[in-house]
Design a protein around this ligand. Structure first.
Ligand code: SAH
Ligand code: SF4
Ligand code: F3S
Length: 445
């Protein structure tokens, strides 16, 4: 087989990370092996994100660099653009960067072997941004690159919610769930290959409702219970969930399934009912807070993270204030917050926009509060003994790194042979984004 080198650059969410791995898997039988530098590669794939304008612009600057590289060295022979920008702006990419050889949307990755063969032959660019009738998951190879201690597993893709600000329903298409049997089989393969923690992925992961092994339909709570039975799988997480899709069984699972980690990313976007309505989120603030209460009742040590957008069209100073008050009431262990970015083709982009300086100021104000809450949450871990899953070597010789149940990176001294083990760690210090500790000697019985 002809040996070829592939370099994939990934932006965006965890699903893109998963997809990049799957693109490598689908191209491996063609002789492509991953390499670290674009300069060494026969093919470079940019796996792109369309969520905010800055994410999209990064693609074009990287394309400029790749063209310069090719002008100088003749490589990479194939430049491909995949992901959400490919899906949303395939034709614009070819117009702005005519040297691109291949544009492929997220639902067509299983067709890559054929597309790459055509791109290698063709005089012009090859583009596939269809939403094929067949599911790519039925056609992707079972084989996956050996996962690390932690692995992603896409179980649901697409979104039917159409929040007014968001491109995802257009770039990822309609909600679709993989069957439970396929998910469980993939999880078993990951665990057999060394994964101890699996994060289930979906744009609305808790909207998952997959065909059950007995032909019925399961919700996410039921799936998590089935996955928890896989020997060797120590930890389960899921992301990103939508408040509206959090059903009773899933809430109960948080209290009943020890492998389900006590940390949940539950985006709220705004603390103002008026803005949530304008965003078309389908829930109000009291609904979110009641949900948090129920989750915390089911799992008292549950820590939350969330997403916010500030400066959405229509957001007044009072609305922004309401977001600050919500953060104070709920308290988050961590959070992502973004300035609203008008996206072409979305309803909110057509509304009167909030001034950039106002968006900047609100973002800084909110982030200061969120940073304080995160620091406080981390500081609250000092003195505790937490189970830490060791994921790899640390920054310095003799150090190893892992993650806490709450997804905090933990640095400690220990042998590299501990990778893959979940160890009790006494937390001695906290930092803004991480913890440090020492392995607790197990008490003798
Ligand atoms: N499905 C998830 C979010 C996926 S996008 C959910 O429903 O919450 C990830 C985050 O990007 C969103 O939660 C939102 O906070 C942010 N985001 C999405 N569109 C945006 C836009 N136009 N401008 C700024 N931030 C945006
Ligand atoms: Fe985007 Fe809303 Fe769908 Fe999340 S639920 S992906 S924010 S449209
Ligand atoms: Fe970005 Fe697409 Fe994910 S727009 S956030 S890569 S679903």
């Amino acid at each position: 087989m002809n040996r070829k080198k592939l370099h994939v650059i990934t932006w965006g969410c965890q699903m893109n990370v998963y997809d990049s791995g799957r693109m490598e898997d689908v191209l491996r039988p063609l002789g492509y092996a991953p390499v670290d530098a674009p300069a060494d590669a026969d093919m470079v794939i940019l796996n792109t994100c369309h969520i905010r304008d800055r994410a999209t612009e990064k693609v074009f600057s990287e394309l400029g660099r790749l063209r310069a590289l090719r002008d100088e060295t003749g490589r990479p022979g194939i430049i491909a653009v995949a992901g959400c920008v490919a899906q949303a702006e395939g034709q614009e990419i070819l117009a702005r960067a005519p040297f691109v050889d291949l544009v492929v949307g997220p639902q067509a990755y299983h067709r890559l072997p054929e597309l790459v063969a055509r791109a290698a032959r063709a005089g012009g660019a090859v583009i596939d941004t269809d939403f094929p009738a067949e599911s790519k998951f039925d056609h992707l190879p079972e084989e996956r690159t050996a996962p690390g201690v932690t692995a992603f597993l896409t179980i649901q893709e697409g979104c039917d919610k159409f929040c007014a600000f968001c491109v995802v329903p257009y770039t990822r298409g309609a909600e679709a769930s993989r069957p439970a049997g396929a998910v469980i089989a993939e999880a078993r393969r990951l665990v057999a290959a060394g994964a101890r923690e699996i994060t289930l992925l979906g744009q609305n992961v808790n909207a998952w409702h997959g065909e059950a092994p007995d032909g019925g339909t399961w919700g996410l709570g039921r799936l998590i219970r089935a996955l928890a039975d896989i020997p060797g799988l120590a930890r389960i997480r899921y992301t990103t969930s939508h408040p509206r899709d959090m059903d009773d069984d899933l809430i109960d699972a948080h209290g009943q399934v020890p492998a389900l980690m006590p940390f949940l990313h539950l985006p709220v976007q705004s603390g103002s009912d008026q803005v949530l309505r304008a965003m078309n989120r389908g829930h109000d603030v009291p609904f979110y807070e009641r949900l948090v209460e129920r989750l915390r009742a089911a799992r008292p040590d549950l820590a939350l993270s969330t997403d916010f957008i500030v400066g959405h069209p229509g957001e007044s100073e009072a609305d922004f204030d309401a977001t600050m008050r919500l953060v104070e009431r709920v308290t988050f262990a961590s959070a992502f917050s973004f300035k609203y970015s008008a996206r072409p083709g979305t309803p909110a982009a057509g509304l009167p926009q909030i001034e950039e300086s106002v968006r900047d100021r609100r973002l800084q104000t909110l982030q200061a509060l969120l940073r304080d809450q995160q620091a406080e949450f981390n500081a609250g871990c000092v003195g505790l003994t937490l189970p830490v899953l060791i994921t790899g070597p640390g920054r310095h010789p003799g150090q190893i790194a892992g993650r806490s149940p709450y997804l905090q990176p933990v640095h400690l001294t220990g042998p590299i042979s501990a990778v893959g083990q979940e160890l009790p760690v006494h937390i001695a210090a906290s930092h803004p984004n991480s913890l440090a500790g020492t392995i607790e000697e197990r008490a003798c019985a």
